[in-house]
Unconditional design. Sequence first.
Length: 303
Amino acid sequence: MNIRHFRSLLDINRKEFIRILDRSLEIKKLSRENHLPNSLSKKTLALIFKKNSTRTRVSMETAINKLGGNAVYISHLTSQIARGESIKDTGKVLSGMVDFIAIRTHEHSELLELCEIASVPVINALTQKFHPCQLLADMLTFYEEKGSFENRTFSWVGDGCNMCNSYINASKILRFNLKIATPNGFEPDASVLNASSDTVELCDLPGKAVENSDLVTTDVWASMGDEEDHERRKVLFKGYQINQNMMDKANKDAIFLHCLPAHRDEEVTSEVIDGPTSRVWEQSHNRLYTTQALLEFLAEVNV
Ligand code: CP
Ligand code: NVA
């Protein structure tokens, strides 16, 4: 059988994306009414994490538990991965024991290697290139409040990192306009960008990217793995901070999102993150519901 993995958002089409968002909203409602189904009864999710996490780990473990399944967290520090067992050998073993494997790692190629040999669906829980699970929650946060993506403009300001690449993928699938402003040398992945050239515009100035925007978002200036470059970036990224001045350039009812964790008063001011346009806490809570809908989806399409 050809397994359907979730390597990036490009593994789902528009109809499936909306289906996952609609199901997330249903699950959210059922959860609040205390009527969640046992839709993942006896299913197990393995989490191979080679980088730190709060939201992704907790949302994934909680997501499957609440739907009747269970999760096993595998740290690269305490498992045999620490002693050199390859991702392929690890994946072959886990495929015979669990129903899904989520991986958070550095190189995107390692995730692809795992997908090549895994006989259960693999979920990208963040690589240097993409963070598709986070985008499901971001899009749910907008969809829940504003209803649709057509003729909307979203803005990315800051580092052209994994989150930015995933916003580019989302714009291609959901057909919103995406305006991006990054300092020189910090542009998003060229091949990701080229594949979405009709929905994405690169702007020279952050203020330009934010004009007429319905959603403004950013991320830390130094992602996991880039910490050594942080001090240099603080200088280069000056002017790319999302502050009230910047938010005032967006549409009146624009919302602010951030995948978190944030470096307060660096890429975003506390005034904005704690202010009336911010939806970052709803966005983080939505990670739970979108993960539940994603797991159900992968279980359904991989029967
Ligand atoms: N947004 C996000 O993925 O957070 P964690 O790194 O805490 O999982
Ligand atoms: N771009 C960030 C996202 C963290 C959730 C990183 O990769 O560290």
